[in-house]
Ligand binder design. Structure first.
Ligand code: ATP
Ligand code: MG
Length: 211
């Protein structure tokens, strides 16, 4: 290690947040593409916590979503799963997670928050977005069904409002969504090859998504 190295940013950490209900190949391809492009040392998958009060949005128990995320990422040495949001009580804001990770990993770590185009289009509505944009980098991955022009327009808007460049990355298009997988399971249709086989087996074993 040179003298200069010890003063430069030593680690780059990717953050892949999601409900992961269930995790599928769209998530994995996006995370891996961003890892490769930005030479990240690690990508942390962070399943969201369950809402404190059961509301209209029925989300599968965090423990199942966490286990499926573990199974799906186990074979990639760069992937890790964090319990940071599922163990937190109350409402989870991304800003709290980012601050906690910064304390945990230290100031030598540069953060890259990975989102799909749909999530990025909503980012300006997020809690404390101005602070969030100052604390970490954002990378938007293309996603089928989400117009590239809309995404570029949003990136432009963010740049002029917050003087912050959000990165964009083209990934192999996978028109896979958790919603579609849940519907398929519930309707007794095949959901093979949309997610890792270990996750498919886990869903069947525990009877998840069958009403
Ligand atoms: P749901 O249908 O329940 O909303 P989802 O498939 O959108 O599920 P999420 O857990 O909501 O999955 O997404 C987590 C993150 O992964 C978001 O930033 C989302 O944009 C991104 N993502 C999900 N699926 C894809 C995909 N097929 N290609 C690219 N990005 C994706
Ligand atoms: Mg979604």
């Amino acid at each position: 290690m040179s003298y200069f190295d010890s003063f430069s940013i030593s680690r780059k950490l990717g953050i892949m947040g999601g409900t992961f209900d269930p995790i599928h190949y769209g998530h994995l391809v996006a995370a891996e593409a961003v890892r490769d492009r930005f030479q990240l040392d690690k990508v942390l998958f962070i399943p969201s916590g369950n809402p404190p009060h059961k509301n209209s949005k029925n989300v599968t128990d965090a423990i199942h979503r966490y286990n499926m995320t573990l199974l799906a990422t186990a074979a990639n040495p760069y992937f890790e799963v964090s319990r940071i949001e599922i163990d937190r009580k109350g409402i989870t804001y991304t800003i709290d997670t980012i601050k906690e990770l910064m304390t945990l990993y230290g100031s030598g770590t540069e953060l890259f928050f990975i989102t799909g185009a749909d999530a990025l289009l909503e980012i300006l509505t997020w809690y404390k977005v101005d602070e969030l944009l100052k604390l970490c980098n954002f990378v938007a991955a293309t996603r089928p069904g989400f117009n590239k022009k809309d995404l570029e327009q949003k990136l432009h808007e963010i740049k002029s409002k917050y003087s912050k460049e959000v990165f964009q990355i083209e990934i192999p298009s996978l028109a896979i969504s958790s919603t579609d997988i849940r519907t398929r399971v519930n309707n007794n249709h095949t959901f093979k090859y949309l997610l890792p086989e270990s996750v498919e087996q886990y869903i069947i074993k525990h009877g998840i998504y069958r009403e």
